[in-house]
Design a protein around this ligand. Structure first.
Ligand SMILES: NC(=O)c1ccc[n+]([C@@H]2O[C@H](COP(=O)([O-])OP(=O)(O)OC[C@H]3O[C@@H](n4cnc5c(N)ncnc54)[C@H](O)[C@@H]3O)[C@@H](O)[C@H]2O)c1
Length: 289
């Protein structure tokens, strides 16, 4: 049975810790890995607190201590040998991610599924060169993982139908709604979303509306929970810009050109909430001023 299987998660940051938590709550045995013991301890603290909060809100069907027993933490890759599924969630860098899979591929079992949580890199490029690329798949979770319902499964040129079926079943067992996307820059969600953010920046740059009016228009006219310029500030203009550059390069089509103002604001270090200035200004707690 799939839910009795073991998941090894590489990278215990925002995404890795969230994936580990959701998987343990869903009944999987989970081993969470990071570079140092101090980093995994930090993730353990966060997960422990989250489980206690969920228990206090009566959102768990089991005692949090029972769930904690399914979680282990390590700064080595040794335990990947026991895993049925490895999910990589380190920082967004093709070479660093390829290095992880080069290291892990000889350690894991022949039938282990290897997955990446990349939000923008080519799954086909990540799979190239590993021994069983047909068992490699993109599992694109959204932040925060315990809250966001969607899992975007990304299929590389090598991924087998069996691996896709496995990914769908895994997503369902983790309580997610699953969509399947081809390995194309931005997959489904980020392509549509970041293009919309970029277009909103063009609107602002061309003086079609003020920042406030562009955000208000999209919230009230399209029922979006947040305006595109506020969202771009939240995500970080450097991140939005990097995604646009990936589209522009990946499709070699001027339709995907980043708004000049986006490039300029990034160069100027006006990155949004994290630098306290983007399309809006923010106080030290991240509140708009
Ligand atoms: N944050 C988001 O909103 C979001 C959403 C969807 C997907 N993603 C993707 O998820 C991935 C992780 O993002 P994040 O926001 O959790 O990053 P993060 O920076 O919070 O965490 C990355 C973690 O990986 C660890 N790490 C780095 N190299 C490692 C190695 N060689 N072995 C083990 N651990 C290593 C780091 O120490 C760090 O704890 C990225 O590919 C990102 O694009 C992020």
């Amino acid at each position: 049975m799939l839910s009795s299987k073991t998941i090894f998660v590489v990278g215990s940051g925002s995404m890795g810790a969230g994936i580990a938590q959701v998987a343990a709550v869903s009944g999987f045995q989970v081993c969470l890995n990071d570079l140092t013991q101090a980093q995994v301890e930090k993730a353990k603290d966060r997960i422990d607190k989250n489980l206690d909060k969920l228990a206090a809100k009566e959102k768990l069907t089991e005692d949090p201590d029972v769930i904690r027993q399914r979680l282990s933490y390590t700064d080595s890759y040794e335990k990947a040998a026991e895993a049925d599924i490895v999910i990589e969630a380190i920082y967004e860098n093709l070479e660093a991610k390829k290095e992880i899979f080069r290291t892990l591929a000889p350690l894991v079992r022949e039938d282990t599924i290897l997955a990446s949580n990349t939000s923008s890199l080519s799954l086909t490029a990540l799979a190239a060169g590993i021994p069983h690329p047909e068992r490699f798949i993109g599992l694109h979770f959204f932040y925060p993982v315990p809250v966001m319902k969607l899992l975007e499964i990304v299929v590389s040129l090598y991924t087998s139908p069996e691996t896709i079926a496995f990914g769908k079943e895994l997503g369902n067992l983790l309580g997610k709604e699953v969509v399947v996307a081809k390995d194309s820059p931005g997959f489904i969600v980020n392509r549509a979303l970041v293009m919309m953010l970029n277009e909103a920046i063009f609107l602002y740059e061309e003086g079609v509306g003020t920042a406030e009016d562009i955000d208000k228009a999209m919230m009230l006219g399209c029922n979006h929970p947040i305006g595109p310029l506020s969202l771009a500030d939240m995500l970080g203009l450097d991140i939005v810009g990097a995604v646009m550059e990936t589209f522009y390069k990946g499709f070699a089509d001027s339709k995907y050109r980043p708004a000049p103002l986006l490039r300029k604001m990034t160069e100027a270090g006006l990155l949004g909430v994290k630098t306290r200035r983007g399309f809006y200004q923010y106080d030290e707690t991240g509140k708009k001023i």
